[in-house]
Design a protein around this ligand. Structure first.
Ligand SMILES: [Zn+2]
Ligand SMILES: [Zn+2]
Length: 147
């Protein structure tokens, strides 16, 4: 992937609680809600949990059929800190703090229409079947008989 994973600016809207906004050096903008980022936590523990339940990063846990949905306090970071020049780390309100979100990961997680389309077209790799027209050959015009 040749996508730029170098942020020009990163806004963590802690007070508003709206989420994280990143403007990349190539001009692309990404937005993530805190809940999405929490569910996409890349640490080994969360990764394991996701694999076991077959979830994609950012996908909320599924409620078993028939069970009442469990109330979850909306995820919110209580602290953020930069990790070197390549990542950011959140300490969540549930006490979890093991996930290090690299810029590359965040760029790959961007779920805007454009990035989704790019990922889908890169995933399938199949070109649509060519259109073949099967128009029946017109029968030769019958010679009119004069009567
Ligand atoms: Zn985690
Ligand atoms: Zn995007």
């Amino acid at each position: 992937m040749a996508r730029v994973a170098d942020p020009k600016s990163v806004d963590v809207n802690l007070t508003a609680g709206t989420g994280v906004e990143i403007e990349w050096k190539d001009g692309h903008r990404s937005r993530y809600s805190f809940q999405f980022l929490r569910d996409a936590c890349p640490c080994a523990l969360c990764d394991d949990e996701r694999n076991q339940s077959g979830r994609e990063p950012g996908e909320p846990p599924r409620t078993p059929a028939g069970a009442l949905p469990m109330y979850r306090e909306p995820a919110r970071p209580v602290e953020t800190e930069p990790v070197g020049k390549y990542a950011i780390r959140f300490t969540w309100n549930d006490g979890h703090q093991h996930g290090i979100y690299s810029w590359q990961l965040l760029r790959d997680l961007c779920s805007c229409v454009q990035c989704k389309a790019e990922r889908e077209s890169a995933g399938s790799g199949e070109s649509p079947a060519p259109m073949i027209s099967t128009r029946p050959v017109a029968p030769p015009t019958a010679t009119k008989e004069k009567g």
